[in-house]
Design a protein around this ligand. Structure first.
Ligand code: SAH
Ligand code: F3S
Length: 469
């Protein structure tokens, strides 16, 4: 919600330039969350400070997601809600970043008259200049893809408050051809960040206080395939290099395409000290015909074999996946194969989506033939099945002793407020654990980033409760 606007504070800094505030609302995946950090980073030298009050901002950006239609609609209605702020604040620039910006470009400027600026993910580094053009009353749209060879990553600078758990982008784009997916259109071709830069970034974050790092990419397993020169590590080799960074406690990555999940990568689990026992391996469907139509290039049996290999290597490994229900032409029987796969694999958690046709994708040329009501029913059945599996998986933790990386004070579930007597952190398998601070103590900063050994006493649907061992 947007509160009654108040005029923004425009204080002059010693160098004579105004201090301004930027408000960014982030939609969608971790990639966007990470891009938002880069947006703050490139604007900082131009005296923009982040704010969480849109009424205070002289630059408002929506960092958007277009992977499903719903995400796009949410962004459009938010733009409508923000529009009145422009009546109160002549200084205000309103912009759209991210995947919808890349996909729509100029069209978005035409559709939304109060919009000043549209720019794609490849243009974050250009943002200060784009904003200046918008301040000079130009309506700016910048969505050209940077050529693969010319693309330069913005190396993350640690923020004032480095989080215990940080993300490091190791590549952008996706060279896969999944028929339903808009990502290759909005994020372009794969470009890998040079390994030295990745390691440097991790070292810097760890020096600034991070204990856990998640390497990010649309398909991290194909890391390095585009790199040139004499030092081109595979993804598994990159994991080894990052694992060797002193002071790092935990290493994660996301996301992987099952086809590229090979023995070399499987072999890293249980072998690399920091590599956590957690793997997000999107399957999408349990039916071979649908998988072929989706152009995923594996069968359900091949996928199951990958899962078996991971579990042989690392028996405690927690698995999660993505599921799409109601792909064009998916029959009841084909859908049942997805349920069977879920029941057999017994994931720790899943993300499930109703198929949503995306403009320009191959699947969008097919009629969106599964009725909405059927999609809804299939989604409900997937979630009900998974709820039961997740519950038994969570209950299996009760009585176990787990290592918890403490992130901070617990949030009280209902109110979103933090407590002073209860800590929260995660297991290596990525489950949230809450436990009380020892008697007579309150929460303090010193807990953050420590590894606690916790006896699990109770399991709820999304988190565990226990006491310090
Ligand atoms: N490799 C990427 C996938 C991005 S999209 C990653 O980093 O996760 C994330 C998930 O959204 C996909 O795995 C898929 O399950 C879902 N998805 C993508 N396109 C979709 C569409 N058109 N309709 C419904 N779900 C979709
Ligand atoms: Fe999308 Fe498939 Fe790439 S789901 S991001 S095209 S691996």
């Amino acid at each position: 919600m947007v509160a009654t606007p108040t005029p923004p504070e425009v204080a002059l800094l010693p160098n004579g330039s105004p201090r301004r505030y930027v408000y960014v609302q982030t939609f969608g995946c971790q990639m966007n969350v990470n891009d938002t950090d880069r947006i703050f980073q490139v604007l900082e030298p131009f005296n923009y400070r982040p704010t969480d009050d849109p009424a205070q901002a002289s630059l408002i950006l929506l960092n958007t997601c277009s992977v499903r239609d719903k995400a796009e609609q949410k962004m459009l209605s938010q733009l409508g809600r923000l529009a009145p702020l422009k009546d109160y604040n002549d200084d205000l620039i309103l912009g759209v970043a991210g995947c919808v910006a890349q996909q729509e470009g100029e069209r978005l400027l035409k559709k939304v008259p109060h919009l000043d600026l549209v720019f794609g993910p490849d243009h974050i580094a250009d943002l200060p200049g784009l904003v200046e053009r918008a301040r000079a009353k130009e309506r700016v749209s910048e969505t050209r893809f940077t050529k693969r060879k010319e693309f330069a990553f913005i190396e993350a600078a640690p923020r004032e408050e480095t989080r215990i758990s940080e993300f490091v982008t190791i590549m952008k784009g996706c060279d896969k051809v999944c028929s339903f997916c808009i990502v290759p259109f909005t994020r372009g071709r794969e470009v890998s960040k040079p390994a030295d830069a990745v390691v440097r970034e991790v070292e810097r974050l760890v020096a600034a206080g991070a204990r856990e790092v998640t390497l990010l990419g649309q398909n991290v397993n194909s890391y390095g395939k585009d790199l040139q020169g004499d030092r081109i590590p595979t993804f598994a080799q990159l994991l080894r290099e990052v694992d060797a960074v002193a002071g790092l406690e935990r290493l994660r990555f996301t996301t992987s395409h099952p086809m590229d999940c090979i023995d070399e990568l499987v072999g890293c689990f249980g072998e690399l000290r920091t590599l956590c026992e957690f793997f997000h391996l999107p399957v999408q469907s349990g039916n071979d015909r649908i998988l072929r139509e989706m152009r995923r290039f594996y069968t359900a049996a091949e996928y199951r074999e990958k899962v078996a290999a991971l579990r042989r290597q690392s028996p405690q490994i927690a698995l999660s996946t993505d599921i799409i229900v109601g792909y064009p032409g998916e029959t009841d029987a084909e859908f049942e194969d997805t349920l069977t796969l879920l029941a057999d694999v017994r994931y720790d958690s899943i993300f499930a989506f109703k198929y949503s046709p995306r403009p320009g994708t191959r699947a969008a040329e097919l009629p969106d033939s599964v009725p909405e009501a059927v999609k809804r029913e299939r989604l409900a059945r997937v979630l009900a099945l998974q709820d039961a599996v997740t519950r038994t998986r969570m209950e299996a933790y009760v009585g176990q002793t787990v290592e918890v990386l403490v992130e901070g004070p617990s949030r009280m579930a209902s109110k979103g407020q933090t407590t002073r007597w209860q800590l929260m952190g995660r297991t290596r398998t990525n489950v949230i654990v809450n436990f009380p601070v020892p008697l007579g103590e309150f929460w303090s900063d010193r807990w953050i980033g420590s590894l606690a050994t916790v006896n699990v006493e109770q399991a709820k649907s999304n988190s565990l409760y226990g006491t310090l061992a």
